[in-house]
Design a protein around this ligand. Structure first.
Ligand code: HEC
Ligand code: HEC
Ligand code: HEC
Length: 471
């Protein structure tokens, strides 16, 4: 036990000898909040549990302070707890009443904390032993989480009994203007978007390599080594923002970056637009599809983004399971999925198992120390965008769709195998060493996430499938 913990336990024991009425002498302005009418029975029970067992740390300003909390050290430690807790989950008054709802991220974190029994924290339970969440309460809370998820639009295609899962299938069809998709595809494969006509988007985002380049870090024109690993372009439209640090707000903004980046395609937009305007097929296609604007930087990046929106890898084996093919997964893969929900789905959730939040690389252990080597600017992650100290080493949680094909792993491309990546994740995010059996099961589950592009498994696609259109 750490010194602080010893002090707290000691304080807890002192508190035991204080009169019970004082112990329970909570701040009286906190009347229980009742659920508004129309909310479900599960929600009514869930909000009671939250107000009884979670409010102290997760609702700043509503904390019920027991008498020993007035003791200076306890006060300080509780303040630290509240600060850390509310950085992860804040439950507001209107959420207790059901007037405002919990976001998908909150639901994912709550399910994760319930499944790995991390809440309320053990140390707190050593003093508030009645506050642990019992099995009945746990099942009520999980049922409520499932109910909330079933309301989300992205669960539309899921088998009704699986709508509460943290993961949802990708749509089998996306509605896009086929002509714009085709135009975007030509641009994606066009070498004239680079300064010396040697590179196209596919140079670093090969559709035959899971949308990546299989290199530790990207190589730009004239062999320049980039600072960071190339993420996949497949399913990128599901990301809340683009790039590891989220510096581009969407695919259109993103597509403007690599072309003009001297370390990537090293071109100038003005020259690229002049060059493309000399190509008759482009001129006429842009005139038809963008009659007002014609061929400009804005319409080029928009077309590329539309093509990227078509890069949805639906119909993976796991998606078929979610749509109702119960037998399609082996027992091993299903066990892997259960382990995944316990350890991973608080961050890797939603249709692409990620892309929806920023998280610290190394929440519980120092990843960078264990990796070794000097810290790079890219290692700062989200900090580079916000300049907020709290955002140092935060990265957009990457998608795990097609993850067996997107090696090497992590923003620094430092890990070659999926097994190793899974082991490291459990260690640095949860301070947990998974057994080989557990790792193998999770990896077996992750391999069920490989989907299809144009009716063919992404794992079977070959460079030749795309060479016809590569200029
Ligand atoms: C004594 C204070 C305390 C109480 C009581 C408490 N929590 Fe927490 N909670 C914390 C702290 C501290 C963290 C942050 C832990 C960290 O940063 O790793 C946290 C984090 C969380 C998270 C985020 C998990 C994640 O993925 O990061 C969730 C969800 C959560 N708590 C739910 C609950 C629920 C539900 C209850 C009531 C059943 C509860 N907590 C009761 C202190 C508390
Ligand atoms: C030289 C290699 C290279 C080229 C060429 C390249 N990219 Fe990238 N791409 C990368 C790297 C590296 C990143 C991550 C950079 C970062 O996060 O800082 C990235 C990020 C992205 C992302 C964000 C994905 C995510 O999950 O955040 C998209 C989308 C993308 N590129 C599309 C394109 C398009 C479209 C083109 C062509 C216009 C292109 N790329 C050209 C290397 C390249
Ligand atoms: C606290 C949030 C969090 C949890 C929990 C978590 N991850 Fe991650 N995961 C991340 C972040 C952030 C990254 C990107 C880190 C980086 O690149 O430096 C990542 C990266 C990965 C990658 C590499 C993907 C790629 O394309 O490079 C894999 C694989 C992965 N996680 C699997 C898992 C598994 C399996 C678990 C459970 C054992 C897990 N993660 C738990 C946040 C999390």
């Amino acid at each position: 036990m750490k010194k602080n913990q010893l002090i707290l336990v000691a304080l807890g024991s002192v508190a035991l000898f204080l009169p019970l009425s004082n112990m329970l002498g909570f701040n009286s302005k906190n009347e229980p909040i009742t659920a508004i009418s129309g909310t479900s029975a599960n929600f009514v029970s869930a909000t009671e549990i939250f107000q009884n067992k979670c409010v102290d740390c997760h609702s700043p300003g509503m904390t019920r302070m027991p008498i020993y909390a007035q003791l200076p050290i306890a006060k300080q430690l509780m303040a630290q707890d509240i600060e850390k807790a509310s950085a992860r989950l804040v439950i507001t008054k209107s959420m207790y009443s059901g007037e405002s709802s919990f976001t998908p991220l909150m639901l994912a974190r709550i399910e994760g904390a319930l499944r790995n029994d991390s809440m309320p924290p053990t140390l707190y339970l050593s003093m508030h032993w009645t506050d642990s969440v019992n099995d009945k309460e746990k099942s009520i809370l999980l049922a409520w989480v499932a109910e909330e998820r079933a309301k989300l639009a992205w669960s539309a295609d899921t088998l009704p009994t699986l709508k509460g899962e943290p993961i949802h299938p990708l749509p089998l069809q996306v509605k896009l203007d086929p002509k714009k998709v085709e135009l975007g595809r030509e641009l994606f494969f066009d070498h004239r978007l680079s300064g010396d006509n040697t590179m196209n988007c596919a140079s670093c985002h090969s559709l035959a390599k899971g949308g990546t380049d299989h290199a530790k870090v990207a190589t730009g024109i004239r062999g320049q080594q980039g600072p960071i690993n190339s993420p996949s372009v497949y399913n990128a439209m599901y990301n809340v923002a683009q790039f590891w640090d989220g510096r581009a707000k969407n695919l259109v903004e993103q597509a403007a970056g690599p072309v003009a980046n001297p370390g990537e395609m090293g071109a100038e937009w003005g020259k690229v637009i002049d060059t493309l305007n000399q190509v008759e097929t482009y001129r006429s296609a842009f005139a038809e599809l963008f009659p007002n604007e014609g061929l400009t930087k804005a319409t080029v990046t928009q077309s590329i983004a539309t093509f990227e929106e078509s890069l949805v890898t639906a119909n993976s084996r796991f998606d078929r399971y979610l749509r109702g093919s119960a037998e399609i997964l082996s027992a091993n893969e299903k066990e892997g999925y259960e382990l995944f929900k316990e350890h991973c789905a608080s961050c890797h959730f939603g249709p692409v198992l990620g892309g929806l939040s920023f998280e610290k690389m190394g929440r519980k252990q120092n990843y960078f120390q264990q990796r070794g080597g000097a810290l790079t600017e890219a290692d700062n992650g989200r900090f580079n965008v916000t300049k907020q100290e709290n955002d140092r080493h935060l990265f957009k949680v990457p998608t795990l769709r097609n993850v067996e094909l997107t090696f090497p792993y992590f923003h620094d491309g430092s890990v070659a195998t999926l097994e190793e990546a899974v082991k490291i994740m459990a260690r640095v995010q949860h301070d947990k060493d998974l057994s080989k059996d557990e790792v193998d099961k999770i990896v077996a589950f992750l391999k069920t996430l490989t989907g299809e592009y144009q009716g063919k498994s992404v794992s079977l696609l070959k460079e030749e499938d795309f060479s016809v259109i590569s200029k």
